[in-house]
Design a protein around this ligand. Structure first.
Ligand code: 5RP
Length: 265
């Protein structure tokens, strides 16, 4: 691996081999979704605790301080919306020149395995990897968004992750599911977990994150369960402790409660 590629990955994946990426890219197909109406306000209290920020170029330029931000993972795919015909109908929408101009640490795009547009999304991933390899930029493949997430089991997610790795993604984002080790064991590149829609309780989030980490995930690309929580800073600190400090579920709960009290006082 060339120096530039290694350097960019090292900005994102910390010396302990783990990472916490904060995605705030949801607006690219969901519009001003809850608690992300004003992305700058969502990001401000949280960015110091993130090892990377997953964001589109629009939000990056409008809402992120270039002098005070974590390394950027640039979302470069899009082209569909939640009210459109098919969420899986995406293409690469942001050029490599933009990624370089914006000095990003990585780029990210979605693939839609099993959908009508499976072929297009996979070919687009291959082309993106070709370009990124020329410039030493890692690609994070995002698997199973939208309707595809209904198939949330190790067989399906394992298939998506393995295909993404075979196409050259350097990191793959998927969702936690039962038997998560099957996904990790079948994927030759690091796997990070997203959170999906907001869970009922914080404990539920701590439990799946702890389980996924103990089964080989290297970290998180987890958004809504942080920034839609009434106490987002408490949430990100508690999750960071599981990812980077080997905290247990009950350690994370204690951290969350302490931070919540601090925020309320
Ligand atoms: C969809 C994405 C998000 O980055 C990903 O789903 C993680 O966010 P969350 O934890 O909210 O599911 O790729 O735009």
């Amino acid at each position: 691996m060339d120096w530039g590629m290694k350097n960019r990955l090292a900005q994102l994946i910390q010396p302990d081999g783990h990472c916490f990426f904060l995605p705030i890219d949801h607006g690219y197909f969901q519009g001003p979704t809850r608690k992300l109406e004003k992305p700058a306000e969502t990001i401000r209290p949280l960015h110091a605790y993130a090892d990377g920020l997953f964001v589109t170029r629009g939000v990056l330029r409008a809402c992120v301080d270039p002098a005070d931000c974590p390394p950027i993972i640039l979302r470069v795919s899009g082209g569909a919306s939640i009210i459109g015909k098919d969420l899986s109908h995406e293409a690469v929408t942001t050029s490599m020149q933009e990624a370089i101009r914006l000095n990003v640490a990585a780029v990210g795009m979605s693939i839609f395995v099993g959908s009508e547009y499976e072929h297009d999304s996979l070919v687009n991933l291959g082309k993106l990897v070709n370009e990124c390899e020329d410039h030493g930029i890692p690609v994070m493949a995002v698997t199973a968004v939208g309707k595809e997430l209904e198939k949330r089991d190790a067989r399906y997610l394992g298939l998506c992750c393995r295909i993404a790795a075979e196409f050259g993604a350097k990191v793959v984002k998927t969702y936690w599911c039962e038997n998560f080790d099957k996904i990790v064991n079948g994927c030759p590149v690091p796997v990070v977990m997203a959170g999906g829609p907001k869970c009922e309780t914080q404990r539920e989030v701590f439990e799946f994150v702890y389980d996924g980490m103990s089964k080989g995930a290297i970290g998180l690309n987890l958004g809504r369960n942080v920034w839609q929580d009434p106490y987002p800073v408490a949430m990100i600190k508690a999750l960071r402790a599981i990812v980077h400090e080997k905290a247990t579920v009950s350690d994370a709960e204690d951290i969350f409660q302490d931070e919540k009290k601090r925020a309320a006082s």
